[in-house]
Design a protein around this ligand. Structure first.
Ligand code: FAQ
Length: 317
């Protein structure tokens, strides 16, 4: 039996080495399954909690057109969350269990969504920085070894690209506006820059999951390389609209071709991912309230399924 499983593991490793995609019904090591459930469910939770900071501005968007755009973006994030929950379910876990982990505070979700959105410029900055960072990270995940996750990323990245452009256009408009609008834009950039860099996770040397995820082809690039790629891209965007990234140590390194940047406040990151960020409690309270208020929808859906399931089963037969 143990010999069988060692042989299965060798065959699995060979498939990964050959760049094959692993599909739900394929054999996989239990640890691979667990790591994917952890990472994918945290990702799904992030999309869902990520609706809250932006949802905060739907009623206050400055024009009807801005409101329509923001509404569509927030709906897209909901879709991404549901899509990734479906992907996670292909690994044999029940969504109810995952949602319970989020609601009880046991599961992590992206640290960035525990910061407040104080002005309209924050909405532009989230699109520019947060969706921008998400694209850099998820474009690599679109090549992940697990098929359902990789395919979800292809579709999601297309939408995130649109969100990023929309956000950048908002912030560019403000940056080219009145002195007060420029100040608002700069203030948002000052507050969101460092938390956006934290989105990529700890430095590789402090990342307990990276080695395993890299070995199995889930992560194709390390946290540090992706963070650096995001910095390199974003410096150019900030220059184009004459806003300043709040880092006195930011300078071009001709030897590496990268923009060197200052030290991230990892103590702040640790606080935020352990529930002590500016809005962790409010975010969880909002999700719990929404879940409680949605009880009647779940009850109605279950009642409908119970009534119609036999019919649809016999139609299928
Ligand atoms: N926040 O060993 P590593 C979006 C945790 S989607 C919170 O390096 P790993 C769309 C990590 O889970 C944004 N926790 O972990 C949108 C682990 O904890 P654990 C979400 C973090 O998995 C835009 C521990 O620290 N994207 O923005 C964070 O190898 C706008 C040690 O870290 C994804 O989830 C963090 N930033 O690498 C929506 C992408 N970083 O579980 C609305 C998929 C680390 O051991 C509006 N995920 N941790 O207790 C990933 O690529 C990876 O999971 C990383 C972390 C890179 C996030």
């Amino acid at each position: 039996m143990a010999a069988d499983s060692a042989a299965a593991e060798r065959a699995f490793d060979a498939r990964i080495a050959a760049g094959e995609t692993i599909e739900p019904k394929d054999w996989m090591p239990e640890r691979y399954r667990k790591q994917l459930i952890r990472m994918m469910s945290q990702h799904a939770h992030s999309e869902i909690v990520g609706m809250l900071p932006e949802g905060n501005w739907i009623t206050r968007a400055p024009t009807l057109q801005r409101k329509v755009g923001l509404l569509a973006k927030v709906q897209d994030e909901a879709g991404h969350g549901l899509y990734i929950y479906c992907g996670t379910e292909t690994l044999g876990v029940d969504r109810t269990e995952l949602v319970d982990q989020l609601l009880s505070g046991k599961a992590k979700y992206a640290s960035i969504f525990n910061y407040p959105t104080l002005s309209w410029a924050d909405i532009g900055t989230i699109g520019w920085f947060v969706d921008g960072a998400a694209i850099v990270n998820q474009t690599m995940l679109a090549k992940a070894s697990y098929g359902p996750y990789a395919r979800a990323m292809v579709r999601i990245c297309k939408e995130e690209n649109f969100h990023k452009r929309q956000g950048f256009e908002i912030i560019a408009t403000l940056a080219a506006g009145t002195p007060e609008q420029r100040r608002m834009a700069q203030d948002a950039v000052n507050r969101w820059w460092w938390p956006s860099l934290m989105m990529f996770g700890p430095n590789d040397k402090d990342s307990p999951n990276s080695a395993e995820l890299t070995k199995w082809g889930v992560k194709r690039k390390g946290n540090d390389e992706l963070r650096q790629r995001f910095v390199n891209l974003t410096v150019a965007h900030a220059k184009a609209i004459d806003l300043v990234l709040p880092d006195p140590d930011l300078r071009y390194n001709a030897e590496t071709g990268n923009w060197d940047f200052g030290t991230i406040d990892w103590a702040e990151f640790d606080r935020v991912i352990h529930g002590e960020g500016p809005l962790n409690r409010e975010r969880l309270a909002a999700r719990n309230k929404a879940h409680d208020e949605g009880a009647w929808v779940r009850a109605a859906a279950s009642a409908y399924a119970a009534k119609h399931a036999p019919e649809s089963a016999s139609r299928a037969a």
